[in-house]
Design a protein around this ligand. Sequence first.
Ligand code: AMP
Length: 593
Amino acid sequence: MPHDTPLIATIVAGLGLAFVFGALANRFRIPPLVGYLVAGVLVGPNTPGFVADAGLANELAEIGVILLMFGVGLHFSLKDLLSVRAIAVPGAIVQIGFATLLGVGLAWMLGWSMGAGVVFGLALSVASTVVLLRALQERRLIETERGRIAVGWLIVEDLAMVLALVLLPALAGVLGGQEQADVHANGLLSLPASYGIWGVVGITLAKVAAFVVIMLVVGRRVIPWILHYVAHTGSRELFRLSVLAIALGVAFGAAKLFGVSLALGAFFAGMIMSESELSHRAAEESLPLRDAFSVLFFVSVGMLFDPFSLFSNGLPILATLAIIVIGKSLAAFVIVVAFGYPVATALMISASLAQIGEFSFILAELGVGLKLLPEQGRDLILAGAILSIVLNPLMFLVIDWMKPWLEARAARTAPPADAKPVGPATEPGQVASVASASKEDGPPPKTALAGHAILIGYGRVGSLVGAALKEAAQPFLVIEDADKTLARLKADGIETVAGNAANAEVFAAANPEGARRLILAIPNAFEAGQIVLRARAANPSINVVARAHSDAEVEHLKGLGADTVIMGEREIARGIVEEVLGHKPSATEPSAA
Ligand code: AMP
C-alpha cells in the first residue's frame, strides 16, 4: 500500500464483511444485523487477523445515528411529538428508574460501589436509537401511534442521558469516584464542578432549551428557505448536498454548542424540514447513506465485543441480560397498560426498548474514566448490548406469541373494551389516534364484504382509484397503515382495515378468499410481491392488478402471480403523448432498445 489509509480500510472491511455475513445470515433466515455484528467481531481487536480502527468505526456509526434520527424527524411534526408526551415522559422516567434500581442491585451482589451501580444501571436503562428505529422501520410502525410513543420515549431517554453525562463528572466525588470535570472530550459539554449539581443541571437544561427555541424560531424560517432556494437552482447534486449539510451541520452544532446529543439535534433538523413540502424529496435523498452508515453501527458494536468474555463472566452476563430484556420490558409494559393503552401497544413498546446500545457504551467509558465503574462493568454492558441486540428481533416474535394470551387476560379483568387511552392522545378531534387505537386492539375484525375489491394503499395512486371505484358503486375496502391517511379514509366514509398489508392478520381481515380483485397501489414492489403471494395462496382465482415503477418490477410482480402490472412511467409517457399528439399512442410497450 502506498500510504496508510485506516479510514478507507475500516469502511471497506466493515461494509464488505457486513455484506458477506449479512447475506449469509439472511440465507439462514436470521436477521441480517446478526451478520453485521459477527463482521464487527471479526475485524475487532479480540479476534486474530485484520483489525479495523475502532475509533473511526465509532465515528462512522455516529453518522448513521444522525441520519436515522434525521429521517425519523422528517416523519414527525411538533404536534406529533407533543401528542405523546403524557405517556412518553413518565414512561421513560419510570423505566430508567426501575432499570437503575435493578442495576444497583446487581452491582451490590457483585460487590461494587454504589456509584458503580448507578452508572451501570443507567447504562442498562437506555435503548439504542439505531436498533429501535430499524425495528420500527422494518415493521412500518414509525407513522403509527405506537411508533410515535416509542420515538417520544426514546427522545426522553436521550435527554435524560444528556443530563447523566454532564452530571456524572460533577457527582463523581460524592459517588466515590475521581472528581474530574473534563474527563470526556465533549468540548463545551463539560462544566466545571464548581457550579454545583443544580447549577450544572440548570445550565444543561438552559442550553437544551436554547437549542430548541433557536431551531423553532430561526431554523424554521431559514431551513425551508434554503431548501427552496436550492430546489430552484435545479441541481440535484446541490439539493442532496444541502440536505446532508443541514442534517449533519445541525446535529454537530447542537452537540458542540448546546451540549445536546447528536441524535436529538438531527431529529430537530428533520422535524423542521418536515414542515416544508420538499421534505419527501429530502427523505429520499438521505436514504442510501443512512442505510450504509447504520450498518457500520452494528459493525462497530461487534468490534468492541470480546467473545471470550462470555465464558469468564457467564453468570453476571446472564443477569445483565435479564435486566435489559425482562426487567425493562416489564416496567415499560406495566406503565403503558396503566395509562390505559391496549396490550398490543404495550407489548410493542416493551419489545422495541428491550435492548441497549451506543449511549450505554458512552456511559460505561465515562464511568470507567471517572473510576466509578470497574472494568468488569464495561464488559458486562458490552456483552449485554450485543446479546440484547441479537435477541431483539426474537422479542418481536415473542410478543406476537404472547399477545392473544395477554389480551384474553386483559379482557377478563379490564373495564369495557371501549375504554380509550387517557391523556392528550384521546382528546376529541384527534381522529388519527382514534383510528390507530382501533388497529392496536389485537387483530382487526374481519370484513363482512364478499365479491369485493381489496385496494392497498390510499396515497397519490390509491386515493384516485378509490374515488373511481366509489363512483362506479363497486364494493371495496382499503388497507392502509399511515394514521393520517386513515383519518382521511374515515372522513371519506370508506371501509378500511388499518395496518401493514404485508402482515398476515391484517391481510386476512380483508377477506381475500371472498374477494374478486386485489389492487396494489403501493410503491414498494418487494412488499407488493409478498402480498401477491399471500393473496394467491388464499384465493387462486383472485384478479391481481399491481403498480410498478420499472420493467424489472413488472417482471418481478408478474413472476409472483400478478395478472396485470401497470408501470407508472409508461402511463406518464402515454399521457404526455396523448396531450402532445392529441391521440393515444399506438405503441404501449417500450421499444426493445
Ligand atoms: P403513494 O405512493 O402516494 O400512492 O402512497 C402509497 C400509500 O400506500 C401511502 O399512503 C402508504 O401509507 C400506503 N402503504 C404503503 N405500503 C403499505 C403497506 N404495506 N400496507 C398498507 N399501506 C401501505
